[in-house]
Design a binder for this molecule. Structure first.
Ligand code: PGA
Length: 247
């Protein structure tokens, strides 16, 4: 595992975007796994800048997102579909036919999860998977206790997540209770992982993932088993690491 600690969020984001851009220049039809949340936003901004100012080309890229809330339509302002459109896709030249995000309104969720896994296989697997890390060590919606071999499936959101999300919804009954998430096994099948962590709130999780034992109680710790994983953090998120890592 390669761990790089950058000075702050912006430097972390630039470093991550550079890695993605490098892989993309080498393989224009890159299959890119994408994450939502606040952590990758800076990297998406930098990739957008590279597209607009330097002509970084996404036209042949296929994307797969990690997760989506069940019960929210793609155009719901709190859906991850909407998040990706607003924060990334509509600013770059990605072909919308090659974009994949689990569908929160799928009528047969189980069949949809199987279909999603099949789509990943059909394009030859994910080349590079971008990941955030939860303060509790989760990856996507794979919370502590998730099977380390899991595949795409439905998960019940933790009480904490439901509470955290409530503020974004006018109607309490609209707050999602379930999500579709790719599994830890799905994530580990990617040929390369790029995990980002920023801020003091993530320091314990980054420590557990990078230096702790591999355990389903910190799903992100599984990346220690990956043959090609890069972790990029800022100094705050790295503050509990006991070894020194290059900047
Ligand atoms: P965040 O979430 O990027 O909004 O901190 C990351 C995660 O929970 O996976």
């Amino acid at each position: 595992m390669l761990v790089t600690v950058k000075e702050d969020y912006d430097a972390m984001s630039r470093e991550a975007a550079q890695l993605v851009a490098e892989r993309l220049r080498k393989k224009p039809n890159l299959v890119l796994g994408l994450a939502t949340g606040s952590t990758p936003l800076g990297s998406y901004k930098e990739l957008i800048r590279m597209h607009q100012k330097e002509g970084l080309d996404f036209s042949k890229v296929t994307t797969f997102n990690l997760d989506e809330y069940i019960g929210l339509s793609p155009d719901h302002t709190q859906s991850y579909h909407h998040f990706m459109m607003e924060n990334f896709f509509r600013h770059i030249n990605v072909d919308h036919r090659y974009m994949h995000i689990p569908h929160g309104m799928a009528s047969d969720i189980e069949a949809h999860c199987e279909w999603y896994e099949e789509q990943i296989k059909k394009v030859g697997g994910i080349d590079l998977q971008i990941l955030g890390i939860g303060a509790n060590g989760h990856l996507a919606f794979n919370e502590p206790g998730s099977s380390l071999g899991s595949r795409t499936r439905i998960k019940t959101l933790t009480e904490q997540t439901v509470k955290d999300n409530a503020r974004f919804f006018k109607n309490q009954k609209d707050v999602p209770r379930y999500a579709i998430t790719v599994g830890i096994g799905t994530i580990m099948d990617a040929r390369e992982l790029l995990l980002l962590g920023s801020g003091l709130r993530k320091a314990d999780a980054v420590h557990a993932a990078v230096e702790g034992p591999i355990t389903h109680m910190c799903p992100a710790s599984i990346i220690q088993m990956h043959r090609r994983a890069t972790v990029i953090t800022d100094t705050e998120a790295a503050s509990k690491l006991t070894r020194s890592y290059p900047g």
